[in-house]
Design a protein around this ligand. Structure first.
Ligand code: THU
Length: 142
């Protein structure tokens, strides 16, 4: 599909990140690139697996956590996710819940494979009711 130049740039960064994925256990390489709102900044991520399988982290979360380390509390505009599947597939539920921490319902999720971007979906359509909780401040911290 046709996308604007910034999303195209994010697609290229996600393709590069996919090549760097560390996926010796699943052989399923994923690349992602998240774009910050009102900014040209884009942060890539790839899935990083571990011999202790549960320690594996998805490409989307690597991208998001990296952006948090640099930006503080970023607001996201869009993410491009690249896998080798056709049709291209979307993010797992854990990653959707992590998106919820930083994005609005209209956050754009582009599903792609190395041939190109196949589909755009909105965050609110994949996770209409994210978990959200702001605890009261404990007395000891008041
Ligand atoms: N994976 C991602 O990177 N993103 C997703 O949204 C789903 C799955 C990774 C995790 C694991 O390394 C491999 O794909 C197979 O599940």
């Amino acid at each position: 599909m046709q996308v604007d130049a910034t999303v195209q740039k994010a697609f290229e960064m996600a393709c590069n990140a996919q090549k760097n994925a560390h996926a010796p256990y699943s052989n399923f390489k994923v690349g992602a690139a998240v774009k910050i709102k009102n900014s040209d900044k884009i942060y890539p991520g790839s899935n990083v697996e571990n011999a202790s399988y549960g320690a594996t982290v998805c490409a989307e979360r690597v991208a998001i956590w990296s952006s948090v380390a640099i930006e503080g509390k970023p607001e996201f505009e869009s993410i491009v996710i690249v896998t080798d599947t056709d049709p291209a597939i979307g993010p797992c539920a854990l990653c959707l819940q992590v998106f919820a921490e930083f994005c609005e319902p209209d956050f754009e999720i582009y599903l792609a494979n190395p041939k190109g971007i196949q589909q755009k979906v909105l965050f609110k359509d994949l996770l209409p009711a994210p978990f959200s909780y702001i605890p009261d401040t404990p007395d000891s911290l008041k």
